[in-house]
Design a protein around this ligand. Structure first.
Ligand code: TXA
Ligand code: MG
Length: 305
């Protein structure tokens, strides 16, 4: 049963965990200032402690009380918030997002989600809420309330049902540190959209290492084979484009990258539940949202991303 935003805010105040619906994926949320609550997230996910979390806030003004925004960070926030963009900036108030949530870094990851349910919870709570994807570590992120309950429902005091996630892939993570803008994790906000607002990205490698980006990540139990043009014995083929494979397993029959992103994690899970010999996935074009989809697929397949 779904909790109300007020019930979720009350659970957060008591130091308990919640399921937070967002437009990207479901989050496992806690009061960002409460180290014990944050520790409970790592425990429920079985996540390595060095991986810092994203703090979700209600609006850009709230974000600027936690992080230090330069001109470029402000422009990015104005262009893409509320929405699927996370900005890593120097931390201004380290108590609001505790050390454990930042993995001891002097930077902080901030996002204003676009989902109404998420914003209602954040408004009712009134402070930053850290929320990694609600899957157990290394598994695909949940994009429906049912999948979120199945992954980490055992650990929460309140779960807010916000329906199916419209985007279906985690947010784009961008750092804005020392005047340099670097893409740490591709997502729904594409490289060209970022560059149109903040100028060329810094691909020097300096800012590009996002701690905790494991090589094998987002992985179902069945082995994943990417760039597959046909299925082999016992495999399920997740097709892309018209006439590719069984329509039931199509990421997008019309070759629409948005539709494929929204379907990706759900279909990986549904395929996995049938215990196939493997999951094959059609080639996905690299441009636009395809960069993020291919990034997740390479990790699901255990290839270095
Ligand atoms: O769409 C999303 O972003 C979802 C929903 C729930 O909002 N959340 C999510 O959180 O994917 P999580 O914790 O699974 O991913 C956080 C990402 C990781 O890649 C982490 O390494 C990076 O953000 N990150 C967080 N803080 C950072 C920091 N200070 N410096 C560099 N990278 C950071
Ligand atoms: Mg995750």
């Amino acid at each position: 049963m779904s909790a109300t935003p007020e019930q979720a805010a009350e659970a957060l105040r008591q130091g308990a965990l919640i399921l937070l619906p967002t437009e990207t994926v479901y989050g496992l949320g806690a009061d960002a200032s409460n180290p014990q609550a944050v520790a409970a997230i790592f425990e429920a996910k079985g996540r390595p402690r060095f991986n810092p979390l994203i703090a979700h806030v209600a609006d850009a003004d709230a974000a600027e009380t936690v992080g230090v925004f330069d001109e470029k960070a402000r422009r990015l926030a104005e262009a893409f918030w509320p929405g699927p963009l996370t900005l890593v900036t120097p931390v201004r108030d380290a108590r609001r997002v505790c050390d454990l949530a930042r993995a001891g870094l002097d930077s902080v990851a901030l996002r204003v989600p676009g989902h109404e349910g998420a914003r209602a919870v954040l408004a009712a709570f009134g402070g930053p809420v850290v929320a990694p994807s609600a899957n157990r570590s290394g598994r695909p992120s949940p994009t429906t309330f049912g999948d979120a309950l199945e992954e980490t429902g055992f650990a929460v005091a309140a779960g807010v049902d916000g329906g199916a996630c419209a985007v279906g892939l985690e947010s784009t993570v961008v750092s804005v540190l020392d005047g340099r803008v670097a893409l740490l994790r591709p997502g729904a906000v594409t490289r060209s959209q970022l560059e149109s607002v903040a100028g060329p990205l810094d691909d020097s490698g300096e800012g590009r290492r996002s701690p905790g980006r494991l090589t094998l990540h987002y992985a179902p139990d069945a082995p994943v084979r990417i760039e597959a043009t046909a299925k082999r014995g016992g495999e399920i083929l997740l097709g892309f484009g018209s006439g590719v494979g069984d329509p039931r397993w199509s990421l997008s029959a019309t070759g629409d990258l948005r539709e494929a992103a929204a379907n990706l994690f759900r279909l990986l899970r549904e395929a996995d539940r049938t215990h196939p010999a493997g999951i094959a996935v059609s080639p996905i074009p690299a441009e636009g949202l395809g960069e993020a989809i291919n990034d997740r697929l390479k990790r699901a397949a255990g290839h270095v991303g």
